[in-house]
Write a protein that binds this ligand. Structure first.
Ligand SMILES: [Zn+2]
Ligand SMILES: [Zn+2]
Length: 136
């Protein structure tokens, strides 16, 4: 077993406790709690799809701040766009999940592609994407 490395010591972003990990910002306990909260929300929505955020908050005890985090992480999706809850971080348009609206995503990809397509570049430049999730 590797010993805890002093330089890996950090304060958990959620509970503030000191823990040791080279990459994570959140301690193992909070990761488990986060996953448990997510499952609560997921199960509630499975049973009552289309529930409003304040209702989910009330019944699951999971804060809307946390729900917003799940939406940003694309673990949840709003049933409809909402002006006051989830907005594109770049242009401010309402979105249902993630960080940015589809137009801003397309623009990001264009910008990145341009950045890497300097003349004389012999690297492979074929466009690609991940295979569609068949679950939905
Ligand atoms: Zn923690
Ligand atoms: Zn946008």
């Amino acid at each position: 077993m590797r010993k805890n490395n002093e330089k890996d010591a950090k304060n958990c972003k959620v509970c503030g406790r000191i823990f040791y990990h080279p990459h994570n910002d959140i301690c193992p306990d909070c990761i488990i709690r986060d996953e448990q909260d997510f499952q609560k929300v997921r199960l509630f929505l499975k049973e009552f799809p289309g529930s409003k955020i304040n209702v989910v908050e009330e019944y699951t005890g999971v804060s809307s701040k946390k729900i917003l985090k799940y939406l940003r992480e694309e673990r949840l999706e709003l049933a409809e766009k909402s002006e006051d809850f989830l907005k594109c971080l770049k242009c401010g348009k309402p979105i249902t999940t993630g960080m940015y609206c589809s137009e801003c995503y397309i623009n990001f990809v264009k910008e990145i592609n341009q950045m890497f397509s300097a003349p004389g570049n012999k690297e492979p430049t074929a466009k690609m994407h991940i295979t569609k999730n068949k679950k939905r």
